[in-house]
Write a protein that binds this ligand. Structure first.
Ligand code: PMP
Length: 341
């Protein structure tokens, strides 16, 4: 049995199997932040029934957190599923998906699976995003979907809100703004979903809410767009345990906000420590810092110190991304880096 051609050519997303005590490779949050919620599942939580397919409680919690209507929300098994759903919903064979250069590599994989074309554009100096070039490229190539990752993974670059709106105005086709890390940035366009008929914002509980394990994400858009995506969404796509825990966490947003404040402080510490070591680090609006270093085998050397970070290849050779962890983890990273340097 042969897979379809696009899958044959697919380079899968590789998750690093190395295990280290200090895990700073996947932009995960704090292990203790919402750990206690597990206890709340309790004896009255039944596993035999399918989840409420309207995800009423979860959508209510999201609408309170975001300040939108429940009709503006669709939920998914991680924002990953929602990005995939959007591609399946709006893009046909050979149509174009346009994104930033460089950006989150999964976008190209979703594009490839549906046999669409994919291009990246707008690389400015020092990984700044050249928004004028993005707009020019949209006008020239008329993509079916433009995906703007803001703050951008892996660079941490933030595009200002008014610049994102300029991108939105430059096309009638769908613009997805992936705000997975926006709690750590300050330029959300989520308040604009009713003002732009082509805007979809995708968010997650994996980062600021520190709940990557429960795979919960959500999509925000005007009601008509949500209804369209809902046609493609499989029933019960989010399991009931995740929906319950996510609802409880969203109801305690102050806890998340305090954590975000701490991460931002630590982010500046890690960023400045790298600069002090003469390492070219880039300013970040996310829960990680991206940097360049020509130290040979840096990743392996850090692994020997029991620290795992993310190494990039190809065009981003010698570039690394370190997640902002706890104070102790960040200190361990800084000490190890100083030793290696
Ligand atoms: N978007 C971006 C930019 C990401 O970095 C990630 C995870 N690394 C995701 C989406 C997917 O996150 P999740 O499926 O956990 O919500």
């Amino acid at each position: 049995m042969k897979e379809k051609q696009s899958v044959k050519e697919l380079q899968s997303y590789v998750v690093n199997p190395i295990v280290c005590s200090v895990k700073l490779d996947a932009n995960e949050g704090n292990k203790d932040l919402f750990k206690d919620l597990v206890k709340e599942l309790g004896n009255d939580f039944y596993l035999n029934v399918y989840p409420d397919d309207n995800y009423t409680d979860l959508k209510k919690a999201i609408s309170d957190y975001i300040g939108c209507n429940v009709e503006n929300i669709s939920v998914g098994n991680g924002s990953s599923e929602l990005l995939d759903l959007c591609v399946k919903t709006f893009v046909d064979t050979n149509e174009l998906i346009l994104s930033l250069d460089p950006t989150f590599s999964m976008y190209s994989i979703y594009a490839k699976i549906v046999n669409s074309r994919y291009m990246e554009t707008g690389e400015g100096s020092d990984f700044d995003i050249d928004v004028d070039e993005v707009i020019e490229s949209i006008k020239k190539n008329n993509p079916k979907i433009t995906i703007i990752c803001n703050p951008n993974n892996p660079t941490g670059t933030v595009i200002k809100r008014d610049k994102v709106l300029e991108i939105l105005k430059s096309t009638d086709e769908i613009v997805i703004v992936d705000e997975a890390y926006m709690e750590f940035g300050e330029e959300s366009v989520v308040g604009e979903i009713e003002n732009y008929k082509n805007l979809i914002v995708v968010k997650t509980l994996s980062k600021a809410f520190s709940m990557a394990g429960i795979r919960t994400g959500y999509l925000l858009a005007n009601e008509e767009l949500v209804k369209t995506v809902e046609k493609v969404r499989p029933p019960y796509n989010l399991n009931s345990v995740s929906a319950f825990l996510a609802t409880k966490a969203l109801e305690q947003k102050d806890k998340m906000l305090a954590y975000v404040k701490e991460v931002k402080k630590e982010r500046e510490k890690v960023y400045n420590a790298l600069l002090d070591m003469n390492i070219k680090a880039f300013p970040s609006g996310a829960n990680f810092v991206f940097f360049y270093s020509d130290i040979k085998d840096l990743e392996d050397k850090l692994v020997q110190e029991d620290i795992l970070i993310r190494k990039f290849g190809g065009k981003l050779d010698n570039h690394y991304r370190v997640t902002i962890g706890t104070k102790e983890e960040n200190n361990a990273f800084i000490v190890a880096m100083k030793k290696i340097v």
